[in-house]
Design a protein around this ligand. Structure first.
Ligand SMILES: CCCCCCCC/C=C\CCCCCCCC(=O)N[C@@H](COP(=O)(O)O)[C@H](O)/C=C/CCCCCCCCCCCCC
Length: 213
């Protein structure tokens, strides 16, 4: 059996770069590819993060199912997905009823996590040589995802962050050369992640989809 491909920061970042079309639509194919790469990276950090990677994996898998399913032409971009799911009454706006989760609800969870990623990568990029990855990660989490998680998840997540390696070791695992090289790649890439985040935020706000249960 072939060994799983090593994580490549460039690959993940170019997936997010490829998401945004000239019409400012966000393409789901590269979006999910970017998430796949991130999950691969999370696996390489060890079993302590597996409760996080399992949840992210389940959400990406659900979206991949929709993108390959009967209505795949509706799941080309976030914009076409929102239009289709709202017009077809597929989005549960107030309460979950046991029906399969919609694409909108699932992307919203990934979208909130993308805000964490944006803050985390910016913290890594601008942090000093001796700054602690766990502190950067905790601060980014508290400023984003934590607001949507119950106490038990917040506790488990912040405990897992303590297992993160030092900033330099972390940057080197990104497979783009030295820590300085990784910082340079992050500098080029962050605007693309921010772009995907703001387009999605605007789209979901416009359709009042930012609080889906
Ligand atoms: C560019 C490479 C360097 C950075 C690499 C980072 C790799 C990160 C990979 C994945 C990020 C995790 C994405 C987590 C998605 C969480 C979605 C979510 O909020 N799910 C909760 C709500 O879902 P529903 O219950 O409403 O369906 C769910 O309850 C959460 C469960 C698991 C805990 C999630 C904790 C999230 C912590 C995010 C930080 C990850 C830390 C990675 C350390 C580098």
């Amino acid at each position: 059996m072939a060994a799983p491909a090593a994580f490549s920061l460039r690959e993940v970042l170019s997936a997010f770069e490829a998401c945004v079309t000239e019409q400012r639509e966000v393409l789901l194919g590269p979006y999910l590819c970017g998430w796949r790469g991130l999950i691969r990276f999370l696996h390489s950090l060890g079993a302590v993060f597996s409760f996080i990677s399992k949840d992210a994996e389940a959400k990406v898998q659900l979206m991949e199912g929709l993108c390959c399913g009967e209505h795949r032409e509706r799941y080309v971009s976030l914009q076409s997905m929102v239009r289709y799911e709202l017009d077809s009454g597929l989005v549960e706006l107030h309460r979950r009823s046991g029906r399969p989760d919609s694409g909108c609800r699932t992307v919203l969870r990934l979208h909130r996590a993308l805000r964490w990623l944006q803050l985390f990568l910016e913290g890594l990029r601008t942090g000093g040589e001796h700054s602690r990855t766990s502190a950067i990660c905790t601060d980014s989490y508290n400023a984003s995802l934590a607001a949507f998680h119950p106490w038990v998840i917040r506790k488990a997540a912040t405990m897992a962050f303590c297992a993160l390696p030092s900033r330099d070791a972390f940057l080197r695992t990104m497979n783009v050369g030295s820590a300085e090289d990784a910082v340079a790649v992050l500098g080029e890439a962050l605007p693309h992640i921010s772009d995907v985040y703001s387009i999605t935020q605007e789209l979901f706000a416009q359709h009042r989809l930012l609080d889906l249960p």
